[in-house]
Design a protein around this ligand. Structure first.
Ligand code: B12
Ligand code: SF4
Length: 588
């Protein structure tokens, strides 16, 4: 990689829209929405409709010394307009299914801004030979902040600044806009050391964990700063396996307790890490949503992270503590056949989590699975990258799932979960209610849990009006009955409906009906709005943030963790618990 003089202006762009449509650049299944793409997609009017920004771009922009424009969700035309402004560097962030869009964007840069250097980054950079397949100058593989600083001739180990960003935009459920502040984004680090053979994120970062926030104290301070700036104590934690570093999470809890500062967190974690952390600790920490990769029922075909663990009682216990669970499962794994796959689908559905993700097994570049299937000649080398999104077609030849049969299974699996377990919105209300009852019963002995119980009670009352829309648009009689029963329970526990609740119920039904009409007449596509953010190298915001800057740490594996330094910061209350943890840190 060559080092250049510092450029004046950089453009960092996500790939262009429209997204989730069949056109020359993409597929209708490749939707730019987490829930509607791969979780609640079968839940009709009740599907969660959220947009998330391309977070990596903002992290890059906030951490290099240059004038940076971030162009998120541009149209092709908007992208052309921007590149014509003449940037020294145009950085394109993309993932494998968006390969063709990235290639087209690079072509446009060469055509309209031939003086600009083109840098490719993001998970698409892992595609074999991408530097030959796309006309570009550089490819940034793995962690990008350090890479870009290096490229610009700046100090790669300089402190890193965590920008304050909201985690989601345009949030609607049953057509009801979620008003108020959305959760803010918190990125404690990238990657995961577990290295499950199919996992893109783990392998992209070399099966190491790249921490941005190393200690619980750093996490706490960053969370406080962002919460104050954004006016919300709610966080979406973008870390593949947040609880893997139990010491850090316990330290965070200790800081929160010491400062009496309550946050709510939505996190991803593997089951073994959840078990090790403990469900009550999760409730204390304020975890309200947890994503667990269950993958499949079979112990022999599963991954190390799930060995010897029964997710059913764990998920029940989590929901009893007010923690909503998303359980994800992989379909069309090698051991699956049309005869046994339904057993795995039924198993995932039987876990009764709040959300279920089904994803087809897709060996993605850089993973162990990809290399293995490549060696065995199983990859469909002629399948365009646009189809490598995991919701329709397998990108490898599975002898028992030829043609479009995989799509039929995944569609039926989503439907089954919806019919058996009702809408995820119903399940969210149920979890919050169950948690409020469990924690209230322990509140007398523990003021911290009493506060958590109050949070859950508020959540139940905030959600309650939507039960009217659930009744009205229920998938079947069972869901209707569940919603009615839940209303009775809420009234019995928290008192009769207020006038506000009654008005809220009417509004929810009207909004859901309008949304249903919109879906029927205009289809369910929603495009995120283009967002342009300009960062100026010499801006006051940058100068003023120095005090908050946290030093970036080099990529680590377990042997590099400065355990003693971390332990020194641990609150005395938690020290005895954590002492036994120090040895297992970062180990799966
Ligand atoms: C948020 C997210 C989304 C959002 C996208 C929001 C958006 N505006 O793009 C939503 C939910 C919509 C989404 C959808 C999909 N996603 Co997604 N998503 C993620 C997720 C969970 C987090 C990404 C993130 O923000 N990380 C935090 C930031 C800080 O890290 P980062 O993005 O990796 O960026 C760093 C580096 O990669 C690098 N970098 C990135 N871009 C650039 C650009 C330049 C110029 C440079 C120098 C460096 C650089 O620098 C950054 C800082 O180090 C990742 C998994 C993960 N944990 O990373 C999957 C992930 C990126 N998604 C993935 C996929 C496949 C999809 C979907 C196809 C659905 C699916 N099957 O999961 C759809 C596609 C939607 C579409 N039409 O494009 C895969 C990509 C696999 C691959 N090898 O390409 C991932 C890795 C998940 C996985 N393990 O399979 N996703
Ligand atoms: S535990 Fe999760 S994040 Fe970690 S490697 Fe396995 S699948 Fe990936």
């Amino acid at each position: 990689m060559k080092t250049t003089t510092q450029p004046k202006r950089i453009l960092l762009s996500s790939v262009f829209g429209p997204y989730g449509v069949d056109d020359a650049y993409g597929r209708k299944e490749n939707i730019m929405e987490l829930f509607h793409n791969q979780v609640t997609k079968a839940q009709d009017v009740g599907s969660f409709r959220f947009h998330h920004r391309s977070f990596g771009l903002y992290f890059l922009a906030a951490n290099v010394d240059a004038d940076v424009t971030v162009l998120d969700f541009p149209s092709r035309r908007r992208f052309i307009r921007e590149i014509k402004k003449g940037f020294a560097i145009v950085g394109i962030s993309f993932i494998t299914p968006n390969f063709v869009k990235a290639r087209e964007m690079a072509r446009l840069v060469r055509l309209h801004a031939p003086q600009s250097k083109i840098i490719l980054g993001g998970h698409g950079a892992a595609i074999e030979g991408v530097e030959r397949l796309i006309d570009c100058d550089e490819v940034a593989k793995g962690e990008g902040i350090r890479w870009l600083r290096n490229y610009l001739g700046q100090d790669p180990e300089a402190p890193i600044f965590h920008p304050a960003l909201s985690s989601a935009q345009y949030m609607r459920i049953f057509g009801v806009p979620l008003i108020g502040k959305s959760a803010s984004l918190l990125v404690p680090g990238l990657g995961c050391v577990n290295g499950c053979k199919f996992c893109s994120t783990s392998h992209f970062f070399g099966r190491t964990y790249v921490p941005y926030l190393v200690t619980g104290k750093e996490l706490f301070q960053t969370a406080c700063r962002i919460a104050d700036a954004m006016g919300s104590d709610d966080f979406f934690v973008m870390d593949e396996n947040f609880l893997k570093d139990r010491t850090r999470a316990m330290e965070l809890l200790a800081e929160m307790e010491a400062h009496k500062r309550f946050f709510d967190f939505s996190i991803f974690s593997s089951a073994e890490a959840v078990r090790a952390f403990g469900v009550e600790n999760l409730a204390r920490l304020g975890v309200k949503f947890l994503w667990i990769g269950v993958e499949c029922q079979s112990q022999t075909e599963n991954f190390e992270k799930n060995r010897g663990l029964d997710p059913q009682p764990l998920i029940r216990e989590l929901r009893d503590h007010g923690i909503s669970v998303l359980a994800s499962g992989i379909l069309c794994m090698e051991h699956h056949t049309p005869e046994n796959i339904q057993t795995d689908i039924d198993y995932i559905v039987s876990l009764e989590s709040d959300f279920v993700q089904f994803m087809l097994l897709i060996p993605l570049p850089v993973t162990e699975l990809y290399r293995d299937y490549q060696k065995r000649g199983l990859l469909k080398t002629d399948l365009p990258f646009e189809d490598w999104h995991g919701q329709k077609t397998l990108n490898y030849n599975h002898p028992r799932f030829p043609g479009d049969s995989a799509e039929r299974w995944i569609t039926a699996a989503f439907r089954r979960d919806y019919e058996e377990n009702s809408s995820s919105m119903y399940r969210l209300v149920e979890t919050a209610f169950r948690g409020s009852q469990t924690l209230a019963a322990r509140a007398a002995a523990d003021p911290w849990l009493a506060e958590r119980a109050r949070h859950l009670r508020k959540r139940v009352l905030d959600y309650a009006p939507i039960l009217a829309a659930i009744e009205r648009f229920a998938v079947n009689g069972r869901e209707r009955q569940r919603a009615l029963d839940m209303e009775r329970k809420i009234e019995a526990a928290f008192g009769p409906r207020t006038l506000i609740t009654r008005l809220g119920r009417t509004a929810a039904v009207l909004l859901a009906a309008a949304w249903k009409f919109r879906l029927r007449v205009f289809g369910d596509g929603i495009q995120p709005r283009t967002i342009v953010t300009r960062y100026t190298a010499a801006s006051e915001a940058r100068a003023g943030r120095k005090a908050d800057i946290i030093p970036i740490r080099p990529a680590v594996d377990e042997s590099d963790i400065p355990r003693s330094a971390v332990a020194a910061r641990i609150s005395t209350r938690l020290r005895p618990v954590l002492a036994s943890e120090a040895q297992s840190r970062y180990k799966k």
